[in-house]
Design a protein around this ligand. Structure first.
Ligand code: DAS
Length: 322
């Protein structure tokens, strides 16, 4: 049997209802979590390692790097990994791991939208599905994956699209890469992998600015004044921004900050569609990096990793392209 290491980091999957506290609180150990999913022991030889027990709204890029180190340091003695994680930032941790990990062994993140004591807790089934995916021969070369609700998603594409429902995780750009049912994983497509980079550390802070109608230059000027390491902008549509924001982005570029332009739409890519100020084309010509179909939160982590790896603006451009 394959040896799968389950790294537990926290989240609703490891929480139970506390009537006195009036809600869910961390309450389930890694061992109990593994024991909660009958049939895991028949699938793989399991080792459990508790990394943390935090709600993932408390996850940080530095803690994500610690998870990456915990995986790489164990890779020589494991055939694959399952990481149990809160759902709020799961997509970010999955993408950061996909960006920086050394090991090419399967890494599958999973969690739960309902607590362990809920009438229809989804954690045990998600954990079982994640182990089935990690031991699947088809997982080889697919990079870091997220398994939730019977769907297998690529780290670059997956997003939490609903606040509470078990089917919250979707991949709006290209769809899931497979499904888990019956005995194991069924693969629908291969993931288009990007080169990984291996920074010793991440460099930040990188500000994430979401544009809305009328966004002005002031927030970009504040980022420059605060000596931010870079800015990721979520523009409209294929990367269009208000004229005030355009001015602010050019101020940041002139001050030497790397600026990545993404879109606030859930799917589709930034493109040089419009030939006027405020369009992605003129901003790219001014030095901005086009962020492809990456979400703002993932582009922020990629920029922090690229800066940490010492990449120049030109060297990092291809990492953001679709
Ligand atoms: N408690 C939130 C988190 O840890 C939600 C969850 O886990 O589902 O992300």
């Amino acid at each position: 049997m394959k040896h799968i290491v389950i790294l537990t980091t926290g989240g609703t999957i490891a929480m139970k209802e506390d009537k006195e506290a009036g809600g869910l609180v961390p309450a389930v150990s890694g061992e109990d979590l593994a024991a909660s999913a009958p049939g895991i022991a028949e699938l793989a030889d399991i080792t459990v390692a508790d990394v943390s027990n935090i709600p993932s709204e408390f996850m940080t890029p530095e803690r994500m790097m610690a998870i990456a180190r915990a995986i790489d340091s164990r890779a020589g003695k494991a055939d694959g990994f399952v990481v149990t994680h809160g759902t709020d930032t799961m997509e970010e941790t999955a993408f950061l791991l996909e960006t920086v990990l050394h090991t090419e062994k399967p890494v599958v993140l999973t969690g739960a939208m309902r607590g362990a004591s809920a009438l229809s807790a989804d954690g045990p089934a998600n954990l079982l599905d994640a182990v089935k995916t990690a031991v699947s021969p088809g997982a080889a070369g697919q990079g870091v994956l997220v398994v939730m609700g019977g769907r297998i998603h690529a780290a670059r594409d997956v997003e939490k699209m609903h606040a509470t429902l078990p089917e919250a995780f979707q991949s709006p750009q290209w769809g899931p890469v497979g499904t888990v049912y019956g005995d194991g994983a069924v693969w629908g497509r291969r993931v288009l992998r990007r080169p990984r980079i291996h920074p010793e550390r991440l460099i930040g802070p990188v500000w994430l600015v979401k544009c809305a109608a009328g966004t002005e230059a002031d927030i970009f000027e504040a980022a420059v004044a605060s000596k931010a390491a870079g800015i990721v902008v979520e523009g409209f549509g294929c990367g269009n921004v208000p004229l005030g924001a355009d001015r602010g982005i050019r101020t940041a570029l002139a001050a030497g900050l790397p600026v990545v332009l993404t879109s606030r739409t859930a799917a589709g890519s930034v493109a040089r569609e419009y030939a006027y100020e405020g369009g992605a084309g003129s901003l790219e010509d001014a030095g901005a990096i086009l962020g492809g179909s990456l979400s703002g939160q993932k582009a922020r982590l990629l920029l922090m990793a690229a800066l940490g790896a010492g990449l120049s603006r030109e060297e990092m451009r291809p990492l953001f392209r679709d």
